[in-house]
Design a binder for this molecule. Sequence first.
Ligand code: ZN
Length: 339
Amino acid sequence: MKLLKSLLLGLLASQGMGIAVNANDLEYWDFDVRQNRVEIVTEEGIRPKASMIANPTRLIIDLPGVNLGEPSISQDSISGYVKEVRVGQFNPYTTRIVVELGQQYSMRPWEVKVRSLAPNRWYVQLSDFQPHSIYSLPAEEQPVAIIVPLPTPNSPVNRGGGRYTVMIDPGHGGRDPGAIGIGGLQEKRVVLAISTEVAKILRQRGFNVVMTRSGDGFVSLRGRVQKAENSNANIFVSIHANAVGGNQSRVNGLETYYFSSGYRLASSIHRNIVGRVSIARNRGVKQARFYVLRKTSMPAALVEVGFVTGSIDNRNLNNASYRQKMAEAIANGITEYLR
Ligand SMILES: [Zn+2]
């Protein structure tokens, strides 16, 4: 039903009838060099399909019912044997990810599997090819990518005539639990507890704070961006918790993301957490194409406070005083950035 609806709307839109395509969004995609896999975050209900094609060797991942909503994007020379990753609109109702592999790369078609980390998170694992490269080290021994800072053209302008407006975005909610970790710990609960505390601290400091959700309700990604735009927020801070598959409980740590103008904001939050909270591991400030980072017009950052699947992070995130420290550090990072 969903597919048919997207198909019809897609066809109407492609015929220039000016009807917006009401399809699902691709929240995030990335080729994770360290884990040698393609990671995809969609909206719930989307089931990626993967296949291998020869001459040239490439991995195809189709996302039925997903509309990219922007021109094709590609990343070149990702690793020794991944030549390129392209993401584009294959037809009006399918977004296609193509991983272009070197000729010497071989993977049997039946080895290609799509695995699920949560109802909306997927990965497609490539088999190891270069056993002596850094890319095949265990996850905890791999170098952390620190991305070179981008220029920050739009520092926060106070459009509210005095008070800054901060948009706090607790990830997931309602029917979307986000990642589920050890002991059934749900990302949506952890991040709401931290976000509520961040909002409280910032309000005490005189900031105007708006939240995309303040209870356990579902809000679409587009809805989150719209709320930020409608409230003329000066900055957007999304709070999430991480997960990895395959019972890798030794993977723990903090990551903070930006896409374009949010680098300084992301760095300020990250630095304050590292300085104040006893995190399991510093995994760095990184650039990524999360939907809420790409589509917001104000400086935006996304904090992954820890892994609900990690043995250390899981214990910490279950602890109210740890969450309180995390919230204070995030609030300090925001305050430092705005002052
Ligand atoms: Zn999340």
